[in-house]
Design a protein around this ligand. Sequence first.
Ligand SMILES: Cc1ncc(COP(=O)(O)O)c(C=O)c1O
Length: 486
Amino acid sequence: MVLLRSLIANLNPHLDRNPTLLRHVKNSTIRKSLSTTSSFVHPHVKQALERSTEEHLAVDRSTIFHPYTSLLNPTPTLPVKSAKGCTLTLETGESLIDGMSSWWACVHGYNNPSLNAAVTAQLSSMSHVMFGGLTHRPGVALGDTLTKLTGMDSAFICDSGSISVEIALKMALQYHRANSNPEKSKFITVEGGYHGDTFGAMSVCDPVNGMHSAFESVLPKHVFCRKPTEDPECIDLSEKLKAHGDSIAAFVIEPIVQGAGGMRFYSPEYLNKARKLCDSHDVVLIFDEIATGFGRAGKLWAKDYTEVQPDIMCIGKALTGGYMTSAATLSTRKISHGVSKPPSNGPPLPLMHGPTFTANPLACAVALESLNLLLRPSIDGEPESEPWWKTRVDMINHHLSDKLSAARSNPKVVDVRVLGAIGVIEMCSPLNVPEVTRKCVELGAWLRPFGNNLYTFPPYVIEEEELEVLTKAMISIIEDDKCTTC
Ligand SMILES: Cc1ncc(COP(=O)(O)O)c(C=O)c1O
């Protein structure tokens, strides 16, 4: 303050003799220095935002890691300028119809006016506050609504799908510790599964296609049984539980659809049997509905194909309509109370999880609006009409079933399968991703195959003529020898 006073006096010696004017100048100077808005743009930021598309892509290639790529030999990327509805517009001028929903999340399309409004409204009250010791309406409203929609009892709203799986694993371990069964410290799961990229989640992904070989020395070893498609009677799970049940805390599985591990669909009967086996071996049943939730597999939750209620359920991806990262781990009362019971030989523990952005209010607010959009009656003024998501998913299902069936006669095709709003063409060998991408741009579509599977998870807002672009592209890709071989 002394410094400020002498500075002001130096600037204008008369001010020092006028206390009112001095106070005014002091306040406005302080206000200026504390101002929260600024027109300053750092030169690095300016350069990065204003460089040509070519330079932008060169920096991207040399400096930026994209998912599962090597900086020594990066796979090509397309520069997206904007996205609206189901259309991605590239800096290079092309428009692509999105068949991926940005990794299965963006069910309402991009730049959706209702979701934009929900984010904007939430921004004007608070974008974030810590959830430790504080609570807020969007967080509680979302958790409460999710428990009611899933038939579960409690919710932990967390950062991403992988993290929701970590929480589920912790819950199962803590539950057995609290029940004085600490020897139940392993997990059992099926081959061909995918549950995320964090360490706990990786350890229950497929042992061959997952990242076990890259992290073998640090990943814990769990028990794997055969894929549900190969063991519909659940015999392997039954035998492995007989052999290892005493050391198993939980069985982790994606219900009905094994997604990123191979896009396989299996019978609900497997889950009925698995529930009984888990009960008889005191094993917690965890359903990972991160990919299948919110109608994607044709029911609101894939578990709705069965009568089975899991003990823990993970949801994510479409939770915020693809707007921002968030997920949730839901549990029954038995688990949510069970984790914190005092064990016979130690102190009780709270649930040991609580990262910085737990229940971020922006994510919660947009998730609530996404639920409103999904669950609204499909016919205005008719509350009994089917929910909006169902009519959209049914329309997509019919279109995919009809148009992809043409692929069946192609000798390079092993299988064509459609469930809910998921369409898959399985080839007899891996697809050439850069070639598929090039062909897609030519055909006005955005599809990204993995392994032998060319697939689509379109946004639910997609129109028939846009779907037509995707299905035509899929048929054309499998006929192109540069994209596929056998
Ligand atoms: C079934 C399943 N579980 C977990 C995850 C991981 O979710 P996230 O990528 O949000 O961490 C995914 C992602 O594809 C998934 O499909």
